[in-house]
Design a protein around this ligand. Structure first.
Ligand SMILES: [Zn+2]
Length: 241
């Protein structure tokens, strides 16, 4: 049986003499592990389609349990990422977070679109990679079911005193200074950035460029991600601002 789906290559491994095993992420089918026969032969039409980051329309044949890629219409391979080591590390991290989200047979259209938008900005815009990455994390986590509580204190439920608001990454949101005395303070600006991110599209990110508080928001948010996702991350962690 043949089917086609949009997908992006998250990982690949050589298999036998000329084949590759490819892990795809599809908005409709989640994770797909597929073989690409002959894709390591130089003249194979699948040689570029089986590179990490390659996104396109894949045609896949299922026989029994085995999925094989028969064709790919490449839409973007984010090729220039390969020439900028710093941006490449950020991009690998996005793939790794997508990998942590992708389950076989489970659709994930929002995370798929988020991934493609973030990779496009990382490849084609001049925005700081750390800004793009924090913006990715702040949209990814709510989609994974981890929405930080940014309005009321996570411990007591009251509105924190505006002069002493903390971000308690372990409890998952803002807290009063008296409820979480060891948690770092969060400025109003950073608090708003984290709160807004969960409600705005990724393409709104350029508005934050030059905002004085995004580096603080990025540094506060990373531990919130790692506590919940770290054991599922296979890539190197990109630098914080
Ligand atoms: Zn409190």
């Amino acid at each position: 049986m043949l089917y086609t789906t949009n997908a992006i290559v998250l990982r690949r491994a050589d298999y036998r003499d000329y084949d590759r095993m490819v892990t795809l992420f599809s908005p409709e089918y989640g994770r797909i592990d597929a073989i690409a026969r002959g894709s390591r032969r130089l003249k194979s039409p699948l040689v570029n389609a089986t590179e990490v980051f390659c996104a396109g329309q894949f045609t896949i044949n299922i026989t029994g349990e085995r999925h094989s890629i028969t064709q790919c219409d490449i839409r973007d391979s984010y090729y220039n990422l390969r020439f900028d080591y710093d941006r490449l590390i950020h991009g690998m991290y996005y793939l790794s977070l997508a990998d942590a989200a992708a389950l076989p047979g489970q659709e994930a259209p929002e995370i798929f679109m988020l991934l493609l938008k973030a990779l496009a900005h990382l490849t084609y815009s001049q925005l700081p990679p750390a800004l793009l990455t924090a913006s990715f994390e702040m949209r990814y986590m709510p989609l994974m079911g981890y929405l930080p509580q940014m309005e009321r204190c996570v411990a007591c439920g009251r509105e924190p005193d505006p002069d002493d608001v903390r971000f308690d990454e372990e409890k998952g949101g803002v807290a009063c200074g008296s409820c979480s005395p060891d948690a770092p303070r969060v400025s109003n600006g950073a608090r708003r950035i984290i709160w807004r991110a969960a409600q705005t599209d990724y393409n709104a990110v350029p508005k934050l460029d030059g905002h004085p508080d995004w580096p603080e928001a990025a540094r506060l948010y990373r531990p919130f991600v790692l506590r919940r996702i770290e054991r599922r991350i296979r890539s190197e962690l990109p630098d914080l601002p």
